[in-house]
Design a protein. Structure first.
Length: 200
């Protein structure tokens, strides 16, 4: 398969690429790194990305972020930052990308544990992750009618992130990277659709 992997040089993305590279053609994309650079917060940049790489068999997104701050300090702009990046960035990649998928293609998005297991200063991420999950549930049926599968991976804090952000997740058990990557493989190479694949 020809696979577009957005965020392919990130913590999770590089592990996905490593697992897939011997079996599939991987095109990595990111803001400043990867085979192709683009801005996932801009529709025109997403369109140019697909115009450049052409048709693919799978789109995998392991990118997008949102700010962390105490609720008492949150403003509308904090939420819009998360909406533009992790929420609408992924949704727009799916909406535009579906037109560039070969028959039987798939889309895999990424949310996270904070949609249901909150942490201090994580309200924006909880909101955004929940919205991404909701989009997949809502869109899956119609996309399937067009021959497209869509799922979302919802991982807990991954082992490779513990040193950097583990302090924000007191009492959370780190998830082995192999287990997380297997969830993406299941979405890409399997037959399921409309699923929130939880890896906790």
């Amino acid at each position: 398969m020809k696979i577009l992997l957005v965020g392919g040089t990130g913590t999770i993305g590089k592990r996905i690429a490593w697992r897939l590279q011997d079996k599939h053609e991987i095109i990595t994309a990111g803001t400043k790194s990867g085979d192709v650079q683009f801005d996932m917060t801009t529709i025109r940049s997403i369109e140019e990305l697909f115009e450049k790489i052409g048709k693919v068999d799978a789109i995998v997104i392991a990118a997008g972020g949102a700010p962390m701050a105490p609720v008492k300090d949150l403003s509308e702009e904090h939420f819009y930052q998360g909406f533009r990046s992790k929420m609408m960035g992924q949704i727009n990649l799916a909406l535009i990308g579906q037109k560039f998928l070969n028959s039987g293609g798939s889309i895999t998005l990424t949310s996270g544990i904070l949609a249901e297991d909150p942490i201090h200063m994580g309200a924006v991420l909880s909101t955004v992750n929940g919205a991404v999950n909701g989009f997949v549930i809502g869109a899956a049926g119609e996309m399937f009618q067009q021959g497209v599968r869509i799922n979302v991976i919802s991982p807990g804090i991954v082992e490779d992130s513990m040193d950097a952000i583990g302090g924000y997740f007191p009492g959370h058990n780190p998830v082995p990277m192999d287990k997380v990557v297997n969830a993406y493989i299941k979405s890409i190479e399997g037959i399921i659709t409309g699923q929130i694949i939880k890896v906790y």
